[in-house]
Design a protein around this ligand. Structure first.
Ligand code: URA
Length: 224
């Protein structure tokens, strides 16, 4: 419709019909746009009380096309200040752990179960986990990693839907979700800072992760 026709309809008091563009779908748009939209949804979230005490949400960081996705528990003091996962002391150890298997933190993707810091770094409450994990599910769906590495008991329990001990979960390949994404559980770096004797076992888990990324993966492969 040209300007003359529009003016004519306007003078007649007629509202011209306009075709409505469908709202952009989170499925159809490219990966980066989907992650940006998801990040914005996380930043707006007020589903649980943690939004009242957070400085900011901590979405995730790294390469959105990474083969390896690491999943921690929840932001701590420094992560809440910076808006990025694993930037405190535990993060420095995590970087060193990744380097030990020849990986840089920018080549993997890192996220947490919770996107907001629990006060005083307490464990996440079950209702906080259930309110928040829709975001993580979507992140995993978008990134489609070849391997998930759960850091610590809380991440292992959630991703494997179990309550077993970390020593039972670590050292073998599990699978996660309907895509049966291979999953390995290892110690949380904050635990390793307190219990350095278990660093050796964590290194074995990382070597398993490294091998699994390069090999055809057979679920239930035991390391020991
Ligand atoms: N611990 C976690 O589980 N995640 C972080 O981002 C920092 C510390």
């Amino acid at each position: 419709m040209n300007a003359f026709q529009l003016n004519y309809l306007h003078a007649m008091g007629i509202q011209p019909w306009q075709s409505k563009q469908p709202a952009p779908s989170i499925i159809d748009t490219p990966l980066q746009e989907n992650l940006t939209a998801l990040r914005a949804a996380v930043a707006r979230c007020t589903a649980c009380t943690l939004h009242k005490t957070r400085t900011q949400t901590v979405f995730g960081t790294g390469n959105p096309q990474a083969d390896l996705m690491l999943i921690g528990e929840a932001p701590g003091f420094y992560e809440d200040k910076k808006g990025e996962p694993f930037v405190g002391r535990a993060g420095q150890l995590l970087n060193a752990m990744l380097q030990a298997i020849g990986l840089d933190r920018h080549t993997v993707y890192i996220a947490n179960i919770l996107k907001c810091r629990p006060p005083n770094n307490r464990d996440p409450l079950p209702e906080e986990v259930s309110q928040c994990t829709g975001f993580l599910t979507k992140q995993i769906e978008l990134i489609q990693p070849k391997l998930l590495l759960a850091l610590g008991r809380i991440a292992g329990h959630y991703l494997l839907d179990t309550q077993t001990s970390l020593s039972q979960m670590r050292g073998k390949l599990h699978s996660y979700g309907s895509q049966a994404t291979p999953l390995i559980v290892t110690y949380h770096p904050a635990y390793l800072l307190r219990n350095p004797r278990d660093k050796n076992k964590a290194f074995q888990d990382l070597q398993l992760a490294h091998r699994s990324l390069n090999l055809t993966i057979t679920p239930s492969t035991r390391l020991e």
